[in-house]
Design a protein around this ligand. Sequence first.
Ligand SMILES: *[C@@H]1O[C@H](CO)[C@@H](O)[C@H](O)[C@H]1NC(C)=O
Ligand SMILES: *[C@@H]1O[C@H](CO)[C@@H](O)[C@H](O)[C@H]1NC(C)=O
Ligand SMILES: *[C@@H]1O[C@H](CO)[C@@H](O)[C@H](O)[C@H]1NC(C)=O
Ligand SMILES: *[C@@H]1O[C@H](CO)[C@@H](O)[C@H](O)[C@H]1NC(C)=O
Length: 757
Amino acid sequence: MARFSELRAPCLLLLVFLLYSSLRLQLSQGLKQRRVYIVYLGERQHEDVSLVTSLHHDLLTSVLGSKEAALESIVHSYRYGFSGFSAMLTESQARKIQTLPGVVSVKENTMVRMHTTRSWDFLGLSMGVDIKQEQQPNELLAAANHGDGMIIGVIDSGVWPESQSFADDGYGPPPSKWKGTCQAGANFSAHDCNRKLIGARWYAGPDIDRRFLQGDFLSARDSHGHGTHTASTAGGNVVHNTSFFGLAAGTARGGAPRARIAVYKACWGTCSTASVLKGIDHAIHDGVDVLSLSLGSTDEMAALGTLGAVTRGIPVIMAAGNDGPTEQTVQNSSPWLLTVAATTVDRSFLTVITLGNNRQFVAQSMYVADKGGDEFSQLLYYFNDRCDPDYINSTDIHGKVVFCYTPGPGSVSAPPKYADIAATVRRNGGKGFIFSQNNLDSLDLYAIKGPALPCVPLDFKTSYQIAVYCNRIGIPKIKISTTRTTSGSEVVAPRIAAFSSRGPSPIYHGVLKPDIAAPGVYILAAAAQTGAYKSLGVSYVFDSGTSMACPHISGIVALLKSVHPDWSPAALKSALMTTAHTMDSHGVPIEANGNRAKIADPFDYGAGSVNPTKAADPGLIYDISASDYLEFFNCPQGFGSNNNCTPPDLNLPSIAIPGLKTSVTVVRTVTNVGQPNAVYKAFLEPPRGVKMAVEPAVLVFSNARRVQSFNVTFRATRRIQGSYTFGSLAWHDGGAHLVRIPIAVRVVIEELYSDAS
Ligand SMILES: *[C@@H]1O[C@H](CO)[C@@H](O)[C@H](O)[C@H]1NC(C)=O
Ligand SMILES: *[C@@H]1O[C@H](CO)[C@@H](O)[C@H](O)[C@H]1NC(C)=O
Ligand SMILES: *[C@@H]1O[C@H](CO)[C@@H](O)[C@H](O)[C@H]1NC(C)=O
Ligand SMILES: *[C@@H]1O[C@H](CO)[C@@H](O)[C@H](O)[C@H]1NC(C)=O
């Protein structure tokens, strides 16, 4: 749940961290202590899965001494995507297993973090059903029959099955390939699945901290809300007239609204890799078409399972993480994944602030007053250190608006403190809270606790002017208007969200990540009826994070796969990437939010912002075979058995060269999936400081020549220890097809050179 991904998040993150650290502490007490280990045996060698399982048992029995001990120790057996198991072992048992023949790796289990109404029309995927929006129904949606026949697997915190987003009116029986199940549990019976929500499984083994289980339903029922939100974004049904207290009113639906959904609950506040792997393994067995995982961790251990899904034709979409705008924070960067960054949409939530001297400022918040919202209140000004929850609690703020101004360093990312202050203001009868903050795309963080209290972040320039006003006037006053939703071309969008994790990948230097960007800021989607959502009585809530961007791509992939059932996961990914936008709706380069807004580059958004309609007809695709992915996986980076090989250069729809000394030639191969007779010309945008050439520069396709290779040569024009610069290579057929891939090159003198100082 990156803001898994959790952006909702800084607080949650802290909680998870504390629980996790205390868990680690407990575990480290005593070497005899057993922990969960993941034993990886590579590709499965037997067609018969019962043979695979007994192999796992035999292997464990040989180390633990008895069949009983083996059965007691095993947590999950993985049989469909790869061969392996997780088990409770002491450190010495784990070491012993590592030495057995056939064992590729043994690693301790890790914990993984969990990281809409408007977004679909913004992406041009309008259904033409919302009377208020006059768009025509979209061709891709129509051609894909809204994703009918597709099954989207969602590995997350479960589902709230009663949500209208999972209603099955008008649905036929599940597709015949479906082999999954509806696993009953607490407050969740087998009847809670239906023809829309066709499957549910959950994993509550010894790899999950008991404290997490206690506060949750021991079933696929979602107490967290993350899984319900992401599943409804990927494949939720069409639900009219949704809003969050009137904000963002419209029709909520998933990207593939007629797709079926299967949920795999592996997250209980936090997710365990051993459970995530079991969810993937089940999903492969059950027959899902697309896998959506809004979660991640820096160790990339889920790669063991995602590889098995992708090599079996199931595209896997994962969230990039919410640790931006810092560079080298992207997660889930295995080359077979579609790694998704988050953007804003063309919608804003405007709130007008009026000072006692009648000066007005326009800001953003999610403030829905039950009444009024148009009276002046006294404004209390807290500067720097005074802007502290305890200090503010010690002052009389009843009926007043609290203003925090904290200029200077250290004030940039303060949401946890600000969330505490908002709680203090709410508890003590304050009328509102305004505060200086860089743009963090985090309004919903304050709204979810109750949108009747205005919480308004302000930039430092506006904050300064309000501070000056406070200092000049004996009793400063302020009025905060209720929020008005605006959407459409007046809002500059998309922009890369400040929190969206950035490349380059710290693990795979030669793989450009993230791959693509999709809406992930203030996404309205289905809510679980627990906690704050229940007490607010809302069925649709805002959430932000790459967790919300990921299921947007999952829904789109389901549509594409329905139109092109023969395309491989790599082909689907290529189609999305080569057609992505790098310009906004005004034809201006897309910007990235952060400490300072800037023009976005491939480390912010990969190939760009997704353009679903174009992706259905990309012209050319960069395909990759399952065996190439396997060769890449088995080679380096700690998973494979062979540490002395160079990973193959995969035919990715992007090029990353982390260490260009003099010159490098990269080979790529494209397959024509458009008109058989076509002529494509190369258009180059070389990265700064690099000369770039393509050979041949014209590709002629015919019925007989559908596949063509070309060389791209990069030559450094200077001898420097440089930083990354960006460019692109586009093939254009003179008509509708512009097949563009992003390029990142770093010119170096020394290849292994740490940039930190
Ligand atoms: C879950 O089931 C228990 C026992 O039937 C019941 O007491 C409880 O209210 C249920 N919780 C929810 C949220 O439905
Ligand atoms: C949505 O709500 C409005 C007003 O409450 C109503 O007129 C309209 O018929 C509703 N639309 C649908 C599709 O339910
Ligand atoms: C706030 O102040 C009141 C009274 O001064 C005190 O009782 C309460 O514990 C304080 N709350 C917090 C969260 O510090
Ligand atoms: C690409 O480069 C290789 C060697 O660098 C060469 O053998 C091959 O012919 C080139 N291919 C094309 C299409 O120019």
